[in-house]
Design a protein around this ligand. Structure first.
Ligand code: SF4
Length: 134
């Protein structure tokens, strides 16, 4: 669940070994590994999330609630709410446009990795634009 909504449903094995939703992938990344070698390798990876800040759950973001933090977010994610797409044979369902090969998401522009949640440039970009940073 993310901000009060189910984002992925499946068997424990499917969710653990084959997570599909970008938020589930963050949770898997944040889960400690029992194997010390795997744990060391995982610690070298960057978190698969665009922003650490969690939005206000009482005033969730428009469209897909995870779009402000999702590294795969595109403009379509800001405007439209995904349904639970899935494979009924495997009983695995995921609330993400990336599960639909024909969705307009794939033609939609990427949300800049430096853009903040309101669609404005980040403070870092503002500082560079007015020449106040180096
Ligand atoms: S719908 Fe878009 S923002 Fe939401 S999880 Fe999928 S790619 Fe990320």
């Amino acid at each position: 669940m993310y901000l009060g909504e189910i984002v992925e449903i499946g068997t424990a094995d499917e969710i653990i070994t084959n997570p599909q939703h970008p938020y589930t992938k963050v949770l898997r990344w944040a889960t400690p590994m029992l194997d010390p070698e795997q744990a060391e390798e995982a610690m070298r990876e960057s978190p698969p999330v665009r922003k650490i800040d969690i939005p206000d759950a009482t005033n969730p973001p428009s469209g897909c609630r995870f779009h402000t933090r999702c590294p795969e977010a595109r403009e379509a994610c800001r405007q439209e709410t995904p349904e639970l797409y899935g494979d009924d044979r495997r009983r695995h369902r995921t609330k993400c446009f990336r599960q639909d090969d024909d969705h307009e998401y794939w033609q939609s522009p990427e949300i800049s990795k430096t853009e903040d949640t309101e669609g404005t440039a980040s403070p870092v970009d503002d500082a560079s634009a007015d020449g106040t940073s180096g």
